[in-house]
Design a protein around this ligand. Structure first.
Ligand SMILES: C[S@@+](CC[C@H](N)C(=O)[O-])C[C@H]1O[C@@H](n2cnc3c(N)ncnc32)[C@H](O)[C@@H]1O
Length: 581
């Protein structure tokens, strides 16, 4: 980069340069932010994003199931819209952004692919990600989390960007996904990539005692074998134990059930592991204890019993919860059914090729090269979010995160996904939407001919579009009000149109109603009032006003049980904060 010539600057100009340099941060990642401004960002000075529904891409199966959202457009615009509709509402964000590998045709900045010859590629990427992550942060609940897939090309930079955006105190882990060896590697086989994991507020998560647990894998196989042995050998626990130990020994080392081999002893309560009965750290009581089977005193653990009261130890023996082996130190029985979950680990293995195989069975060859594995994404969503969570992916690509949520909902969960992706190479229209459509409605495997039943759910498809940022503020308010209906439906989660008049619309979802009134108050507002007053359920009215103070509640005193929301000032306030215009 050529050095700047400061010799001709005036004193005031030099002072400005010094002030700017002094104001720069001293720690963390710095990059050349202003060198190449991003067009999708600067565009927002002249036009404001809204959503337009693409009605013929809607998928409806059952109104009682969640309505998922797919937004086609640049995610900077999608995230700006979501800052009005979903501020503080999202439970989990998973993204898999372009890794900025320098390879041709990987990602675009200002409509141009960024490749290895671009000297500003890291600055562009940092700027691109910082802007989007900053918008995404405000969408998370205080208990929310964000997971970001990345590899060595940008991992170190992304960590610093995330420290900046989310706070280093909210860093949870840099998870390592081992995906299999690449023998064609130049120097060394890099067999892993990362998932960077932050909480919105770890303080809140700790205060609420939220713990992230996953069901151990391989349990189903163990229980199946146990049931089989029980059928064969009834209550002969000794032989069941012997057979179960034999079964564990014969398992392949990479079988997930093998990890639980120590749970191989059986009694009338089930499968258990003879666990340590001594006081952790030592200093436990040393009451004498007899083995009820031999009548002999057993060896007392050198650290003393884990129990604080002798009667509890005696009760455990009477209830057959203590495992004796001769006169040695006994053990406490730790049952598998009480230990089915575990906390997450920072390293896991999942062959990266498996995802492509599964993907090709949905849409065939040559459609999308590197989908993520929906089982991996499901695993994290399941462990880290409640069953009614809102899950967001704003680099949705082929829609893997949506697929993961649909799979999880199969078991009764009601999570909702919001996906955003651009339509580069027609990905949204020709890959994401068809994939979701197949998974929701069911399909026959392209490769395997297997019949996959539809997983159900509903989908709304929106495109980002724009309203000219009219310098006449009142005209802008009128223009944006006419175009904000989809945003209001999305904000309220109420989508089904039941009344479509020139001045107003009414939507419903279950027993919830949304009315939007678009005009300066006139006779039709009374008509709308009559209609709304006859409806029973939760009701909200979004009503147009140019008054920046909102609506005069006195004018709505005879509306029954209705929440009032003025439009569009709150939308404009959000855009003013983001676009600073
Ligand atoms: C690595 S892929 C994500 C793949 C995805 N996880 C999957 O399993 O299919 C990143 C995707 O982000 C999309 N993308 C890139 N820049 C974007 C932008 N500014 N706005 C919206 N989507 C973008 C690209 O179209 C690309 O498909």
């Amino acid at each position: 980069m050529a050095k700047k010539d400061y010799s001709n600057l005036t004193k005031d100009q030099l002072l400005e340069v010094i002030e700017k340099l002094e104001g720069k941060k001293k720690y963390g990642l710095v990059w050349d932010e202003e060198r190449v401004p991003e067009k999708v960002v600067t565009d927002c000075q002249d036009k404001l994003p809204v959503l337009t529904e693409v009605k013929d891409k809607e998928i409806t199966t059952d109104e009682n199931e969640p309505t998922h959202i797919l937004i086609e457009g640049d995610n900077y615009h999608a995230l700006s819209v979501l800052n009005y509709t979903h501020k503080g509402k999202v439970d989990l964000i998973y993204i898999d952004p372009p890794y900025n590998t320098g390879k041709a045709n990987e990602w675009k900045y200002n409509d141009k692919y960024v490749d290895e010859n671009d000297t500003y590629s890291h600055s562009k990427w940092a700027s691109f990600m910082f802007k989007r992550l900053s918008l995404a942060k405000d969408l998370l609940k205080d208990t929310g989390v964000i997971l970001i897939s990345i590899d060595d090309n940008e991992q170190a930079h992304l960590k610093l960007i995330c420290d900046d955006v989310f706070g280093s105190n909210n860093f949870v882990a840099n998870i390592i996904w081992r995906g299999g060896k690449r023998n064609a590697a130049k120097f060394i086989s890099t067999s892993h990539e990362y998932i960077i994991f932050y909480g919105k507020s770890l303080e809140t998560i700790s205060k609420l005692k939220i713990s992230w647990k996953v069901r151990k894998s391989g349990l189903e196989d163990i229980y199946k074998q146990y049931e089989k042995l029980k059928k064969q050998h009834k209550t002969d626990y000794e032989i069941i134990t012997k057979e179960l130990k034999k079964w564990f020994k014969e398992l392949a080392p990479d079988n997930p059930a093998k990890d639980h081999e120590h749970y191989s002893t059986v009694d009338e309560r089930g499968i258990y592991f003879p666990d340590n009965i001594s006081r952790g750290g030592g200093g436990g009581p040393k009451w004498p204890l007899k083995n009820p089977n031999t009548g002999n005193f057993v060896k007392i653990p050198s650290r003393g019993w884990a129990f604080s009261k002798e009667e509890d130890l005696i009760k455990a023996v009477e209830e057959n919860r203590v495992h004796f082996s001769g006169d040695g130190v006994p053990c406490i029985k730790s049952y598998l059914k009480d230990k089915e979950t575990q906390i997450l680990d920072t390293i896991f293995y999942k062959d990266r090729r498996a995802a492509s195989t599964k993907f090709k069975d949905i849409l065939g060859d040559g459609v999308f090269d590197f989908p993520k594995d929906h089982e991996v994404i499901s695993y994290f969503i399941d462990a880290l979010s409640p069953t009614n969570a809102i899950i967001l992916d704003f680099f949705a690509g082929s829609g893997t995160t949506g697929h993961s949520v649909l799979e999880l909902n199969k078991n009764g969960a009601k999570r909702q996904f919001i996906l955003a992706t651009n339509n580069e190479g027609n990905i949204c229209t020709e890959v994401t939407h068809p994939r979701l459509e197949k998974v929701i409605n069911g399909y026959t495997g392209v490769k395997t001919n297997t019949t996959y039943n539809g997983l159900g759910g509903n989908l709304k498809y929106y495109k980002t579009s724009f309203v000219a940022n009219n310098r006449n503020k009142d005209q802008l308010k009128i223009d944006i009000t006419k175009r904000c209906t989809e945003m209001l439906c999305l904000k309220e989660g109420i989508f089904n149109l039941i009344k479509d008049e020139a001045d107003y619309k009414i939507f419903h979802q279950g027993n919830r109603y949304l009315a939007v009134y678009y005009d300066f108050a006139n006779a039709s507002l009374d008509e709308l009032k009559e209609e709304m007053n006859t409806l029973k359920g939760e009701k909200v009215l979004y009503c147009f006003t140019v008054d920046t103070n909102g609506l005069d509640k006195a004018n709505f005193s005879d509306w029954k049980n209705i929440r009032l929301e003025p439009i569009p000032q709150k939308i404009l306030d959000v855009y003013k904060r983001i676009f600073k215009n």
